[in-house]
Structures are given as structure tokens and as C-alpha cells.
Design a protein around this ligand. Sequence first.
Ligand SMILES: *Cc1c(COP(=O)(O)O)cnc(C)c1O
Length: 391
Amino acid sequence: MIQRSACVFLRLLSRAPTPPSSCTSKARAGYYGTQATSSLREACESSNYSRTDDEYADVEWDNLGFGLVQTDYMYMMMCGRDEEFKQGQLSRYGNIELSPSAGVLNYGQGLFEGTKAFRREDGGLFLFRPQENAIRMQIGAQRMCMPCPSAEQFLDAVKQTALANRRWIPPPGKGSLYIRPLLMGSGPVLGLAPASEYTFLVYASPVGNYFKEGIDALNLYVEDEFHRAARGGAGGVKSITNYAPVLKAIARARDRGFSDVLYLDSVNKRNIEEVSSCNVFIVKGNILSTPATNGTILAGVTRKSIIDIAHDLGYEVEERSISIEELINADEVFCTGTAVGVAPVGSITYKGNRIEYKTSTQLVSQKLYSRLTGIQRGIVKDDRGWVVEID
Ligand SMILES: *Cc1c(COP(=O)(O)O)cnc(C)c1O
């Protein structure tokens, strides 16, 4: 057991990008209290990071779902009015204290990310394309008027969180450690304005399958009343404000026995967009199509990776508008996301009609998924440098 000093000091590698000047308001400049922040700091400074080498945590690895399992450590880094994140550190996983008037609590000024750490047969620990998450958080931060950690700071925080919680990274093939970075306006505000202080926090939880269906096909409900995102809104970034509004649609669909909801565009109610937390693809002959990311759809890292893998396997890929009629007439439909992986769709239900897709033959989605997991597991050559070894 190696004892390390509490809250390892982090050397700043580069400056956080400055948010657009339109975000800076008088309210932001006139700032009075730092109490919330100092109690966060105290919580952090009072704990130790002690590394326990390579034993596994006490988890039933065969029964992992997608539920929160508390791990040992989280990472936290603050940013004040100077808009520079500094002194990031690990602390014991636990509750944080926030001002009742924190921007994130009152006005939803927050973003999240999701990436995974894997353990290979040879014991090596890896992340999959974490730079993509770092960049996506920066783009989201611009949209939400927040300063953001640099890509280097983001990567360092994700690595530290994964390594500090290494005993929670499942054995090879049993799942992964889902890593959840958060960026939030933690400073107090009363009038609607960007917060004066920001907190970047990273925690992690071991996960297995996202859907209770496991690797079975999903049954999606095509929602024609609720929409996930609108033109000009924040659907294209991983803003926390995109998720609570779809809980109602998801709950209604689950009550009726569906796995999740597929949303339509809010203008014409005719083109498919995506599922609550994953992207969607259709297959017709040798062509894969997925809705273009024009601001209402989250540009998934898995989506992007599957497009490249599909090209490698000789498929054509189109990013464009896809009508509900095309969805109905597709040979195959599947979803992609860090949490779900690549999940085949067995049926969609639209205006009371259920359309079933073949799932008995060898699916295109299966070929794509085994290639993707092959790269992650080190069985297929990683030509593009997607996999990052952390230990
Ligand atoms: C996170 C997310 C995805 C998937 O993105 P990945 O980077 O592949 O995990 C897709 N759609 C929505 C709405 C999401 O929140």
C-alpha cells in the first residue's frame, strides 16, 4: 500500500479557453461570496489518496448493470473569476456542498461527459478516445457560457480518476469503469447570468450493460408528442438540461414495455433524430445512414467511430436527414453510445404500428461492434490511435 499526500497538486498544462465575451455580464463581475467553493476545498483537503495495488473491489462482476456503484475517489478542480482551472486533486468519493444559489442548481448551467476505462487480458488499463470527450466538453462549455479545463487537464483528471479507482475496473470481458466528468456553475447567482465560479468534477462507477435487455434487441417507441431538442437549442451539446425533460417520455415508454424512446425533429415531426442517450443508424443494402449532426443531435464518439469502422468494412455511410418512412423500410436499425455500445433494434412502434426488424441473421451492427470491441480489447489493430494506455 502506497500512501500519497492528500490532494496531489496538479501542474497546469495550458490555459482554459475563455468563454465568448457575450457571456460575461455585470452580474458575473460583481461577485461576493466564495463559501461554497471553500467548503468543497476543505472536503478535498481533509482526505487521503492511498493506492491499493491490483486487488479487485468486492463486486459481483457477473451481475453488473448500469447502476451507480460508489467507488473510492473522485477528482475535483475549481475555477474562479480569472477563468483558469487550477489545483485539481483527488479526494475520497462523497457528497459535495453547493451554495443554494449555485448557477447549476438554479439555471442548469452544467455539462456532463461519459467515457470508459477497460482492463485487457494482459492486465493493461485503457481509455477509448478520451480526447474526443475533452473537446466535446469545450464546445459545450462555449455554448453554456462556462470556462472549461484544457484538453490536457481533462485527460489528466480522467486518468487520475481511473487509476485511483483501478480496483473497480472490471475483469476483462465483464464490463468497464464508466467515467463521468461534470462541469458546473458552482458560484452563486440570483439574476439569470453565468456563475462566477465553476467546478469540474470526475467520478466513476463500474458498469455492465446499459439496458436490461443486455445484448438482446431494443424495442423503441417513436415519440411524436415530446421532443428532445429544438433548432437553436442545446441538443448538440451534452448539457444537463437535455435530460430531465425526456424522463417523462422515457417513463411512459417503459410503462408500455419499450426499452427507450426515438425522437423526431421538432419542426416537421418527420425525420428521426436520436434516442434519449444514444445515436441511431439505419442499414439499407450496403449503405449505413445516420442523422446529420446539425445542432439538435449529440455528436457521439461511438457514432463517429462506427462511421470509420463501417468505411473500413466496405460500407457506404451517409450523414443526412432520415424520414420515418425510411426508418420503417430499413433492413436493420441500431443505436450507438459509450453506455450502450452498439445495440441492435428489434422493433420500433410509430403511431400504434409496430415494425419488426430481422435479428436472427448476422447483423451489420454485430460486425461493427465486434470490430469496435476488438480494437478496445487489443485483438484488432488500432490504426487510428483510438486506444490510450493509462497503466
Ligand atoms: C452521450 C450521448 C450520445 C452518445 O455519445 P457517445 O460519445 O457515443 O457516448 C448520444 N446521444 C445523446 C443524447 C447523448 O447524451
